[in-house]
Design a protein around this ligand. Structure first.
Ligand SMILES: Nc1ncnc2c1ncn2[C@@H]1O[C@H](COP(=O)(O)OP(=O)(O)OP(=O)(O)O)[C@@H](O)[C@H]1O
Length: 250
């Protein structure tokens, strides 16, 4: 169930402009980590690289023989199109598509698993609803149910509570804590520092470079937060990626 993720001198760019520079470190197997930092700090970019949807410009993400299907990735809500005419049950079952297969169709067992997952996120009886008819909070619960079906060892969440009501946030935080208790490695991009202090034992503070990474109680101090803010404010968006210590792979 557990898996570590290592960053080796990782540099991520968009059209050769660096968004994350020379990141090194390890998300320990079974750890629960918040990635925090100012706007534009590269948090989403880093999580995309860990998920494998963005290729590094230099360095690498070491997934320690973990297959992509063992990584569950929930992008920011803005990146998900829910105008698609899909039912809640079908959306949840997409979490198990690798075991269902592209052409075989879902079995009764998958349908039951989807109902169980919906019950676990407080949405019993919602299976036949269209996803376009759900509130933001309900839809986020559906996406967490989909992650439950995927049964991933590593779970990546990009701002999972943005524009989500307090009750849903509380319920989904409980689910995250359960995943952590089961030994899964969970990494979440978050903005609410108090929430991080209360629920996330580890923190990676990012401002294009890693400012600090370790136990949340040690990392989230005024000095580090000020350094992150300064670094983000003084970042030159037109800088070229520097090659120092880089292991160019593209
Ligand atoms: N698809 C893209 N093409 C070009 N530049 C991008 C792209 N996505 C992000 N960027 C740029 O990369 C930098 C890092 O963006 P990213 O979204 O990773 O930051 P973030 O820390 O997640 O920000 P926020 O907290 O505002 O969501 C920003 O300067 C952003 O404008």
């Amino acid at each position: 169930m557990s898996a570590a993720i290592d960053l080796h001198n990782l540099t991520l760019t968009y059209e050769r402009r660096p968004a994350v520079h020379h990141a090194n470190g390890r998300f320990a197997a079974g750890s629960l980590t918040a990635i925090v930092g100012p706007n534009g700090a590269g948090k989403s970019t880093l999580i995309k690289a860990i998920a494998g949807t963005l290729k590094p410009a230099a360095g690498r993400v070491e997934r320690n023989q973990l297959a992509t299907r063992h990584i569950g990735y929930l992008p920011q809500a803005a990146e998900i199109d829910r105008s698609f005419p899909l039912s809640v049950a079908d959306t949840v079952m997409m979490g198990a598509w690798r075991s269902i297969g592209a052409f075989r169709g879902a079995s009764r067992q998958h349908a039951q698993q989807a109902r169980d997952a919906l019950e676990a996120v407080g949405l019993s009886g919602f299976d036949q609803r269209s996803i376009s008819s759900l509130s933001s909070g309900q839809f986020q619960r559906v996406l967490f149910a989909r992650l439950l079906l995927q049964d991933a060892s590593v779970i990546l969440l990009d701002e999972p509570f943005t524009a989500i009501d307090a009750r849903t946030t509380r319920d989904l935080l409980q689910l995250i804590s359960r995943w952590h208790g089961q030994g899964r490695t969970v990494i979440a991009v978050l903005h609410d520092i108090e929430q991080v202090r209360q629920h996330f034992p580890s923190t990676l503070l990012l401002a294009r470079e890693i400012i600090a990474w370790g136990d949340t109680v040690d990392i989230l101090n005024d000095d580090n937060l000020r350094r992150a803010k300064n670094m983000a404010e003084h970042w030159n968006p037109d800088a070229q990626p520097c090659d120092a210590n880089a292991e160019q792979i593209l």
